[in-house]
Write a protein that binds this ligand. Structure first.
Ligand code: FES
Length: 140
């Protein structure tokens, strides 16, 4: 998992390094979680330093605007949008209280196989959430 559900919202864009990839997470207006490559195609600014405009991400540097699918749909002061101007989009599944991205081939995504821990949503159980950085194999 990459984040706890409460860490991803609309007020603050969450940039996180996951399996060597920098990924931006945010929620659309309908609450679904989006995962996009956290690097603008223009000058490489992390998109997590930008802002939301509806369900789109606007880069904080020069204003390139990206759809939730990662396509660049607006370049300020330009009518032509480079056809390859897009960032990678990652399939994401949320099984509260956790969020799981799929970083492999999106066509092969098995997001439904993400683990589910229902007792973490059960008030009869005591638990703590947080994260720590560990330099180790992802299997650990
Ligand atoms: S770096 Fe993102 S628009 Fe220029």
């Amino acid at each position: 998992m990459v984040a706890a559900s409460h860490e991803v919202g609309r007020e603050r864009l969450l940039g996180r390094r996951y399996l060597g990839l920098d990924i931006l997470f945010y929620r659309q207006q309908d609450g679904t979680v989006i995962g996009l490559e956290d690097r603008c195609v223009h000058r490489g600014l992390p998109l997590s330093m930008g802002r939301l405009e509806g369900d789109k991400i606007v880069c904080g540097y020069h204003g390139f605007c990206y759809s939730p699918q990662g396509e660049c749909g607006r370049v300020p002061a330009q009518t032509q949008i480079p056809p390859k101007a897009a960032v990678r989009s990652f399939p994401v599944i949320e099984k509260p209280p956790f969020i799981w991205p799929w970083t492999g081939d999106a066509a092969l995504a098995e997001v439904d196989t993400a683990p589910y821990y229902p007792w973490l949503n059960d008030e009869a159980w005591v638990h703590a959430l947080g994260h720590i950085h560990i330099n180790c194999s992802y299997m650990h």
